[in-house]
Design a protein around this ligand. Structure first.
Ligand SMILES: N[C@@H](CCC(=O)N[C@@H](CS)C(=O)NCC(=O)O)C(=O)O
Length: 207
């Protein structure tokens, strides 16, 4: 039997989409959250010195995968939520990469040590960056007219979409007033029983 162990810090960050996939497809795994103090000695045991890594083992061997979005694509392919056609797969990939690019900007701001500078950058992000990208997403969805963000069936991009908007907490509501298709896609997947259950039971975290 194949066993999965996801190693990450006690945070959502780059691992939460992987946890969403496991929750959505109902696959058991070990959600191993390493302490910051344990990280220096663990770092050299990872492929590229970064987390998350996914350890996949069976009776014969244990292998490790790194890079969160590669792990996402691998699991999505195994659990059949990568998209049915090549075009659906490309769209799921495109949207997830785009959301990830925006989140990287956001994580960079969050890690700014100078508090005043962080506040200024955060204000710019919510006034300019996020409105720009959310209107682009809304326009894409208007053109595409699909039932889900990337296709007419649910793909991992829908899970990425919920993880993405949740990163902005209550502030997302303001964007959803204008981006009504984004809100509908978000609500639909956010209200799925597998997702609400995971959100109820996951550890409390603001990052
Ligand atoms: N592109 C990588 C980024 C991974 C990454 O930056 N991981 C951070 C935590 S979010 C990390 O391992 N930091 C610890 C370190 O660099 O020593 C991915 O998506 O997996």
């Amino acid at each position: 039997m194949i066993k999965y162990r996801l190693v990450y810090f006690d945070a959502r960050g780059h691992a939460e989409l992987i946890r969403f996939i496991f929750a959505y497809v109902g696959q058991e795994y070990e959600d191993f959250r390493i302490k910051e103090t344990e990280w220096p000695s663990f770092k050299n045991r990872t492929l590229f010195g970064k987390l998350p890594v996914l350890e996949i083992s069976d009776d014969i061997q244990s292998i490790q995968l790194a890079q969160s979005l590669s792990i996402v694509r691998y699991l999505s392919s195994i659990f059949c939520i990568a998209g049915n056609s090549d075009l659906d797969k490309a769209r799921a990939d495109m949207i997830t990469e785009q959301l990830s690019d925006i989140l990287e900007i956001f994580y960079d701001i969050k890690s700014e040590k100078n508090l005043q500078l962080r506040a200024e950058k955060e204000s710019y992000f919510y006034k300019e960056t996020l409105p720009f990208y959310s209107s682009m997403l809304e326009r894409l969805f208007e053109i595409q007219k699909t039932n889900f963000v990337a296709a007419n069936t649910l793909t991992y991009a829908d899970l990425a979409f919920v993880v993405f908007w949740d990163s902005f907490g209550e502030k997302k509501k303001h964007f959803f007033e204008v981006c009504v298709i984004c809100k509908a896609y978000y609500d639909h997947v956010n209200n799925l029983p597998e997702i609400t259950e995971w959100k109820k039971k996951r550890p409390i975290s603001n990052i």
